[in-house]
Each structure stands twice: as C-alpha cells, then as structure tokens.
Write a protein that binds this ligand. Structure first.
Ligand code: SF4
Length: 293
C-alpha cells in the first residue's frame, strides 16, 4: 500500500501512475544514499580527504584563526590598534599592491612544501637569488624529503657552501627532514609547535610555511619587515624584536592580506626602503610614513 488516494475521472490513469513513479524515485534515492554511504565509508577507511581548494583552505584557516583569536583575546597582552592605525595598515596594503600586484614568494620551491622549508633554512643571511641557485643543485641531488633525510651531511655541506653558515644549515636541513620522515610520515606539519620543533626553524620560517603552504594568516617578521614596520610607525622607533613586530602587524594587517602583504613588504624594503639608504623622496608611502630612521 502506498497510501495514495484513488481518484477517478479522465486523469485517473496518470494519477494511478504516481505511486509507481514514487516507488521508483524512492528506490533511486535509496540506491544513491547507499552509494554515498559506501563512498563515505571507503574514504573514512582509507583516511583520504577531499582536498579543499587553496582559496577554500585559506578561508577556513582564516575563520579558524579568527575564532581562536576571539577565544584567546582575553588572555592576550592587549595591543588594540585604533582606527587610525588600522586605516594606515589598509592603505599600506593597497599601495603595495599597486607596485607588486603578484605578491608571491621569491623562493622558487616548485610547489613542494618540504623544499620551501629547506629554502627557508638556507635563506638565513643569504639572498633569495642565491638560495634559488643553490637549491637547484641541492634538489637535483636530493629530489625528495626521504633522500634528503638519508643524505651524507658532508655532501649537503658541499652543495650549500656558498650561502654562508653552511655547517649549521646542513645539519638543520638533514635533521628537519629526518624528523619529517620519522615523526610526520614525510609530510610537513602545519602547527606552529611542530614546525618550530624542527632544527633551524623559528617563527619566521614557520610563518612562511603556515602562510604559503597551509593558507593561515601569518606575518613573516624578517629583517625587512621589522625595519619597515618601525620606520613607518607600526612599532616603536628602532624596534628590533621579531616577535613584537609579528604580534603588532598581525593585529593591524587584515588576516586575508597577511601572506601576500609580507612578500610585497620584503620587496619594497629591498628596492626602496633599504637599510642604508631609504629613498624617502618620492616614496609612495611618504605621506603615511613616520620616517623613524
Ligand atoms: S618614506 Fe622613507 S622611511 Fe618611509 S617607507 Fe618610504 S623610504 Fe621608507
């Protein structure tokens, strides 16, 4: 019994056909639901997840970061940016976009997260251009995290000798790759805690990874960023501390802008607001900069 009322008249044929159609539709839906359930069970079993797009992942991460920020807001030492400084931050972001529309990472890691980690380690007191050159030969010799973890450290030292601090960097590269293989199954971890537990990895590199690879809002407080933030007036004049700079900028720069902002800020620091001779005359930030030189 379908529970459908029997009706007479000239439309009786079509009305009578309805129960059958409903039954077929219900059967189809059941089959679809069963297929979906089986598919979900298979996904669960294999541990596989449908990877969200980079944009979606970034949006999710930003939302999660906002929730965490709201939860921990009461515990944070308060730096509450006023409207004027937020407006100045937004203006800075907008102006840098006009000069550097791409806002991309200058390290050529070819979409391989572990390579960005290695290049981040290599970049300490070394230019991005040199790191890109060294990395080419290094990754040709050790093309994945497993081969790097097993590499002869003296061979790594030889390959990176021209980038300075090579002995310590070689140890950090090999040590980090070993931990990634042994503890994280060959995949780069995403948490600040796990990343900074890797040898040679501090908050600067961890934020680079979290921002560029995982799409989290992240301020990379490198030497250019620290210098410019102080000169422009986001931090105290002469501020040298990377953590304080990171904390300040993370409150001033909109979360969804932070990753590309940092790449643009570095380029601007290299080309215009250099350590030794800032080009204040004609600078596109002249009217909003405190010029704390
Ligand atoms: S005005 Fe001078 S100090 Fe300020 S951002 Fe431009 S170059 Fe740097």
């Amino acid at each position: 019994m379908t529970g459908v009322k029997k009706t007479g008249g000239k439309n009786a044929g079509s009305e009578q056909a309805k129960p059958k159609l409903t039954e077929e539709k219900t059967a189809d839906m059941k089959e679809t639901n069963t297929k979906t359930a089986v598919k979900q069970a298979d996904i669960k079993k294999s541990g596989a997840k449908k990877a969200p797009s980079k944009k979606t992942a970034a949006a999710i991460n930003i939302a999660a970061a906002k929730r965490t920020a709201e939860k921990t807001a009461s515990k944070k030492p308060a730096f509450v940016p006023d409207k004027a400084i937020l407006a100045k931050g937004a203006e800075l972001v907008a102006r840098l976009k006009t000069v550097y529309p791409d806002g991309e990472c200058q390290l050529k890691y070819e979409g391989e997260p572990w390579r960005l980690l290695v290049m981040g380690i290599l970049s300490a007191q070394c230019t991005d251009i040199r790191v890109n050159i060294i990395a080419e030969e290094l990754f040709a010799a050790y093309p994945d995290v497993y081969s790097m973890a097993e590499a002869d450290i003296t061979k790594i030292e030889e390959l990176i000798r021209t980038c300075g601090l090579w002995r310590g960097k070689a140890a950090a590269i090999k040590g980090s790759c070993e931990i990634i293989v042994e503890k994280h199954g060959g995949e780069l971890p995403s948490s600040m805690e796990d990343l900074t537990a890797l040898p040679g990895v501090g908050r600067k590199i961890a934020n680079l990874i979290r921002g560029d690879i995982f799409g989290f809002p992240a301020i990379v407080a490198d030497t250019h960023c620290i210098r410019l933030a102080a000169r422009i007036g986001f931090t105290e004049a002469g501020e040298r501390d990377p953590y304080r700079t990171e904390m300040r900028l993370s409150e001033i720069i909109a979360p969804e802008e932070q990753v590309t902002f940092c790449h643009r800020f570095v380029l601007f620091g290299r080309e215009f607001c250099t350590a030794r001779s800032p080009k204040c005359e004609g600078c596109l930030l002249a009217d909003i900069c405190c010029k704390n030189l």
